[in-house]
Write a protein that binds this ligand. Structure first.
Ligand code: FES
Length: 321
């Protein structure tokens, strides 16, 4: 199991519609581990739920972490549980993990956050500013009332680099990605986070503007992993179990039919709760938890969504429910 730390909530503020900004310190009073801009932590919430939230404070400040959490309408309980946290409460968290790496080598960086997708961009803006790099931050939302972090953005030493795009304030206020991307200096990098449709729109414009795929960086949340595929066999030697995973099942479901209940949380390939070791065979990775390096090693698999390229996969399960 991944290493956990205990955090204490030291600040809670509702900002914008349905967004709570939590300030968290180490419960033992020590400084917190450092994190890279773009990193997230897993919060272990009431009801056994594990959810991922981007660290949105200044990466150079190890005295506290900050999270911005939207109480999403389609929440499956995680953001609701996080919104119940109050100052003084303790909560378990993973160490920071980064799947949205910022390069400091770009000639210019475009940070684009839609709605709660602003959170990783804040940490990135701090880092780019501290490194003296050229950047601009575009914060998009339907209305100003929905926007969190406005006081912090106004007070940031890089406030002049922030542009606000508010749909309700008319066409001229909306993000114009064509103009933004076509006019960007050569060797610019784009980072985008937000609702899936918004991200796909911005990325599509970036590709049309000729930005190299390696210069387009994205972080999805709540993305349904791809489903379906060829049937295959899964063996769990330690339990003496062999199951067939049919075309329309995932491994967790197939194992449950055989009485093996794997511990899961997000069931979207995001949190890593269901990660197992691969002893034999080649996984087909469909999660967004493992890093590219971990995927290439092919010795771990997210059982809730990934499948097998080989007809047989032998695995070692860490946590049963
Ligand atoms: S349950 Fe979250 S990655 Fe599988």
């Amino acid at each position: 199991m991944s290493e956990r730390i205990t955090l204490r909530v030291t600040g809670r503020e509702v900002q914008g519609t349905n967004v709570v900004v939590l300030t968290l310190c180490a419960a033992n009073g020590e400084t917190l581990p450092t994190f890279a801009p773009g990193a997230h932590i897993d919060l272990h919430l009431a009801g056994g739920l594990v959810r991922q939230y981007s660290l949105c404070g200044n990466p150079d400040d190890a005295s506290h972490w900050q999270l911005g959490i939207l109480n999403a309408q389609n929440s499956r309980g995680g953001s609701q549980a996080a919104h119940l946290l109050q100052p003084g409460d303790e909560v378990q968290a993973s160490l920071p993990r980064n799947l949205f790496t910022l390069t400091l080598e770009a000639s210019h960086t475009l940070l684009v956050g839609g709605g709660i997708g602003i959170t990783p961009m804040l940490a990135m803006a701090h880092a780019l500013h501290q490194a003296g790099r050229s950047f601009e931050l575009h914060y998009c939302a339907r209305s100003r009332a929905r926007m969190a972090f406005l006081p912090a953005l106004d007070a940031a030493p890089w406030a002049a680099k922030v542009a606000y795009h508010v749909s309700e304030e008319g066409e001229t206020c909306r993000l114009q990605p064509d103009a933004l991307l076509v006019g960007a200096p050569a060797n610019s990098h784009l980072y985008v986070c937000g609702p899936e449709g918004f991200m796909d729109w911005v990325i599509d414009k970036a590709e049309s503007a000729g930005l190299a795929p390696s210069h387009i960086h994205r972080e999805y949340f709540n993305r349904e992993p791809e489903t379906g595929g060829e049937a295959f066999e899964v063996v769990v030697p330690a339990l003496g179990v062999t199951v067939q995973v049919t075309q329309d099942q995932n491994i967790v479901e197939a194992l449950a039919q055989a009485g093996v209940r794997v511990k899961v949380s997000c069931q979207q390939g995001i949190c890593g709760t269901c990660i197992a070791n691969v002893l034999e065979g080649t996984p087909e990775h469909r999660d967004s938890y493992l890093t590219q390096e971990e995927r290439d090693a092919n010795d771990q698999i997210a059982l809730c969504c990934s499948r097998s390229r080989s007809p047989r996969l032998a695995i070692e399960i860490f946590e049963l429910d």
